[in-house]
Design a protein around this ligand. Structure first.
Ligand SMILES: Cc1ncc(COP(=O)(O)O)c(C=O)c1O
Length: 428
């Protein structure tokens, strides 16, 4: 175990009464409070995420060693915050940045916050609205001179990746690379992670590794690490909540222990996922790069009715994340596959074209109003809007709303982000 967990265990064992935050006082008041003993505030012995120099420093060193990176910063407020920090640290090198169209909303919001001049790298989409991996990035940089920083999403939430040769070519050109690898934290165990191809990588350990929600890592991999690390630590202290979750922090400690001997188990996951595909040729599968993802053409409801909850579903596809901790439950999925009818007909969805440049931020003093999506044609959006998942904006703050936006937003209204009571914010 790491020092943080050892020290908390010691505290839990010896402590007679808690008169400190949080207000559950470490009591398991109901099943909801099962982890309450570990849910503490800064107590002196357990370090402080504002300036780690004890247990949390040790935890970050363990993560960096495991990840083979120059430094690692932990977050319990999600990759959203680590993206703000990572892009903030790179800002001093250039104002000009190229951002992958298929980026999480926090990437665009961070670019606004740090006053970047953003060129959007357009993605192509399949008829079913699935983002195709980016290619020809080197050419894109040649055609847009002056760009020194690039921000890309890889792997994405379905497991599609940008080819690593693309990243090598960018590095050769001296481009600083920020990777949103939120969905690739487990790649380290598979031996296919991105750290050596980028300057900064952010990873949601809580998405695919056994870490409690909110657990994210910002990996500093760059030759410029010495310059970047201190800035990242300063920005984290500014932007992170001053109440980090010690439940999440201790789960990092446990995850590191669990992952020591987990490679074999992951190989078994891959073997089982492959076997399902081979044994069920009546189905179609989305062939992404991540061998631990299973995405197939059966209605999610068939699984939910059988007590199985997938990660996500869209159009005719249902997606499952398989890990060493649920692989033994795969026979339940296989049971449904035997009976359920595959959906053959694709559900087409058109993703609106992205603008070449991220529109200017709406000024703080501009009046806005919330209107029905149907009434918003030709108005200027006051915020980014899209569907969640994947959390990628299809309409940007400052952009004129088109028929294509309206069609998409109406289709995805029940799982959108940044609509308020189903209404869209526009400039008055
Ligand atoms: C690609 C990508 N990046 C970043 C994030 C934000 O991560 P978090 O939810 O950990 O803040 C998400 C979350 O959905 C994501 O899918």
């Amino acid at each position: 175990m790491g020092k943080l967990t050892d020290d908390l265990n010691e505290y839990i064992k010896n402590n007679k009464a808690r008169f400190h935050m949080p207000g559950h006082n470490g009591e398991t008041l109901s099943p909801v409070y099962a982890s309450a003993p570990y849910d503490v505030t800064e107590l002196g012995f357990n370090d402080n995420l504002n300036c780690p120099n004890g247990d949390l420093k040790e935890l970050e060193e363990r993560i960096a060693k495991f990840s083979n990176t120059k430094d690692s910063l932990v977050f319990t407020s999600g990759t959203t915050t680590s993206i703000f920090v990572g892009l903030g640290a790179l800002r001093k090198y250039s104002k000009k940045i190229a951002i992958d169209q298929f980026s999480h909303k926090s990437v665009f919001e961070a670019a606004r916050m740090w006053n970047y001049d953003v060129t959007i790298i357009p993605r192509e989409y399949t008829k079913e609205g699935i983002a195709k991996p980016l290619t020809s990035l080197s050419d894109f940089i040649d055609q847009n001179p002056g760009i020194k920083i690039i921000s890309l999403t890889t792997p994405d939430y379905l497991g599609f990746e940008i080819n690593k040769d693309e990243l090598t070519a960018l590095k050769k050109k001296g481009i600083l690379i920020f990777l949103d690898s939120a969905h690739g934290a487990h790649y380290k165990v598979l031996g296919t992670s991105y750290e050596e191809y980028a300057d900064i990588v952010c990873e949601s350990w809580h998405k695919t590794l056994p870490v409690y929600t909110g657990g994210s890592v910002l990996q500093i991999c760059s030759d410029k690490a010495e310059e970047l690390v201190d800035v990242c630590r300063m920005l984290r202290a500014k932007l992170h909540t001053t109440s980090p979750s010690y439940v999440t922090l201790t789960s990092f400690d446990s995850a590191l222990d669990l992952m020591n001997d987990i490679k074999e188990k992951y190989l078994y996951v891959i073997e089982r996922v492959d076997a399902i595909k081979k044994n069920n040729t009546q189905l179609e599968y989305l062939k992404s790069n991540d061998p631990t993802k299973l995405t197939l053409n059966i209605d999610a409801k068939c699984f939910e009715d059988a007590g199985i909850m997938p990660e996500t579903s869209f159009g005719r596809w249902t997606n499952f994340i398989i890990t060493p901790f649920n692989v033994d439950k795969l026979p339940l999925i296989e049971g449904v596959l035997k009976k359920a009818k595959p959906i053959k007909r694709p559900v087409n969805i058109t993703i609106p074209k992205a603008p070449k440049k991220l529109p200017r931020k709406i000024k703080e003093n501009v009046a806005i109003e919330f209107i029905e999506i149907e009434d918003s044609l030709g108005r200027i959006s006051a915020t980014d809007v899209g569907a969640y998942p994947p959390g990628v904006p299809v309409l940007f703050e400052g952009q004129k709303i088109t028929k294509s936006h309206i069609k998409y937003l109406l289709k995805t209204k029940d799982h959108s982000f940044n609509l308020v009571n189903g209404k869209i914010a526009v400039v008055k």
